[in-house]
Write a new protein. Structure first.
Length: 233
């Protein structure tokens, strides 16, 4: 690969799996053994920089992007190429995305910029248009919650809902948020049939709380599931 690439779609694990396979191939072509800790936070290499959100910083700002641009302006140290990876690119602020445009369009010849995002629509069109795009198919084998439709959850008894929360609350926060986004889409499809928007309001609130606060995930899911009502047409 060369230039700027946007990997979107699927879930967090499937996007990162595509990234890992891509980097493994790239690094092998340079005759270098694939580092086992490549995508871990503790992995540090002078020719690879990863930008991401954290518990303290819920977005990726312009200062982060400027750090990435400065990183790319220096020639490779030990590899033949340099890689700037932006995980959860949908968390880039508009200001940060605009600051990245010129580098996306004309990166140094040795530079590769890889953005991972949930969908194309979560980024500015000007960012998307400057990237080669690779869509990842959504798969749900890894996490039971991803297979659970909202309609099925609503049919559960109170005890079944609480048991389900107990099993689901141990999963990664990003996976839970993606599940809630699927529920929002599912619930939104019923709005033409019913005027009751309370389920959608409650799901949206929990999703936003998980994204922006340190709310207890199990407690939030329990409260949400106890509030869900069947859709009345």
């Amino acid at each position: 690969m060369s230039g700027s690439l946007l990997i979107y779609g699927g879930n967090k694990e499937s996007r990162e799996e595509v990234l890992k396979n891509l980097l493994e191939k790239e690094i092998a072509q340079m005759g270098i053994l694939m580092p086992t800790q490549l995508l871990e936070e503790k992995f540090v290499h002078p020719d690879l920089l990863t930008l991401n959100t954290s518990e303290e910083h819920k977005s990726i700002g312009i200062d982060d992007v400027r750090e990435g641009i400065s990183f790319l302006q220096k020639k490779p140290f030990t590899w033949k190429k340099k890689y700037l990876i932006i995980l959860n690119a949908e968390k880039l602020t508009d200001e940060a995305q605009n600051a990245l445009l010129k580098t996306l369009e004309e990166p140094p010849t040795y530079a590769n910029i890889i953005l991972l995002a949930k969908t194309e629509d979560t980024l500015l069109p000007t960012v998307v248009s400057r990237c080669t795009k690779r869509r990842v198919a959504f798969t749900s084998e890894k996490n039971p919650s991803e297979k659970q439709k909202l309609a099925d959850v609503i049919k559960m008894t109170l005890g079944e809902r609480l048991d389900w929360v107990g099993n689901t609350a141990t999963e990664e926060k990003e996976d839970i948020i993606e599940m809630l986004e699927e529920w929002m889409i599912e619930e939104h499809s019923h709005l033409s049939e019913t005027k009751n928007t309370q389920n959608l309001v409650n799901i949206t609130k929990v999703k936003e709380d998980l994204e922006n606060t340190n709310i207890n995930m199990r407690l939030a899911l329990e409260t949400l599931l106890l509030s869900l009502k069947p859709v009345k047409v």
